[in-house]
Design a protein around this ligand. Structure first.
Ligand code: PMP
Length: 293
């Protein structure tokens, strides 16, 4: 495996960062998780835009232009002969001293790892997930805005730990006001009377690339989609529920806090959206390898 670090492609064993990198010392940096299907990178421009937006928000100047980054992501995939891949793109604040001051870090580091994708077991798509609400609240937007995909993921990790303690694969997170916002690594949707609902981004969620694609696909299919505030009660009495994320794609939820959602089986609309998303993801994207003329 060849890993891109700051202009070089290095074998896995040699791909290392300094112990003085503020990405390690303070979680100071940003990242993306991207996927390729069938030799094409899904929504690469959207992921890169979110990366550069996250960096801008934390006043981190990514040392290469977005076009160069795009080409470098593709080159990393080529060097590893990958077609179906999971790409982890990381930009750290770079090497500094032991203080917090980001101005002591003159050169941010860019890391691109491209690996085979680990898929969720098929069983989850057929039978659906059971999730639970955790006591850990999603970051308060004025503290660490969840819209920033930063290296500081402790909030999500603490939620994940709590979920695992009750045997849940994914967890439901509320914001400081107690409204449903998202999961530890996925966005949430529910359906009632054929209306699809998901929280708006300003409530304190990561604006998922998969989320946005699913909203578009649902609207294209003629569904009403609402981005609005809701509570756990709305979820408990929903007809259907599902999560979205780059790794998970669209995954049904059949139980929340021990309450069966709808009839306790993956819903019909959810199943249609799973199929529509898969078809869409396999039929578009930036080609990794030169296409035939
Ligand atoms: N919310 C959080 C907190 C995430 O980390 C992620 C990405 N794993 C998502 C939602 C889903 O975003 P995307 O569809 O862009 O992968």
């Amino acid at each position: 495996m060849l890993i891109y670090i700051d202009g070089e492609f290095l074998p896995k064993a040699e791909a290392k960062v300094s112990v003085f990198d503020h990405g390690l010392l303070y979680g100071d940096g940003v990242f993306e998780g991207i996927r390729s299907y069938n030799g094409r990178v899904f929504k690469l421009d959207e992921h890169l835009e979110r990366l550069y937006d996250s960096a801008k928000s934390i006043m981190l100047q990514i040392p290469i232009p977005i076009e160069t980054m795009k080409e470098t992501v593709l080159e990393t995939l080529r060097r590893n002969h990958l077609s179906e891949a999971y790409i982890r793109l990381v930009v750290t604040r770079g090497v500094g001293d032991l203080g917090l001051d980001p101005d002591k870090c003159p050169k941010p580091s860019v890391i691109i790892i491209a690996d085979k994708i680990t898929l969720y077991p098929q069983k989850f798509y057929e039978e659906g997930l059971e999730i639970v609400t955790v006591s850990v609240r999603r970051n308060y937007s004025e503290a660490i805005n969840p819209r920033i995909k930063s290296l500081n993921y402790l909030n999500n990790i603490l939620a994940k730990i709590e979920g695992k303690q009750s045997g849940a694969e994914e967890v439901l997170m509320l914001n400081a006001e107690g409204y449903v916002v998202e999961c530890s690594g996925d966005n949430i949707f529910w359906i009632k009377n054929e209306v699809l609902v998901t929280p708006p981004v300003h409530m304190g969620i990561l604006e998922g690339v998969t989320r946005n694609s699913v909203i578009d696909l649902a609207r294209d299919a003629g569904m009403r989609v609402e981005e609005r505030v809701f509570t756990r009660h709305d979820l408990y009495i929903a007809d259907e529920c599902f999560l979205t994320g780059t790794a998970a794609e669209v995954i049904p939820v059949v139980k929340i806090d021990q309450r069966a959602i709808g009839d306790g089986q993956p819903g019909k609309v959810t199943e249609k959206l799973i199929a529509a998303f898969r078809q869409f993801a396999h039929s578009c994207g930036t080609p990794i390898y030169a296409t035939e003329a």
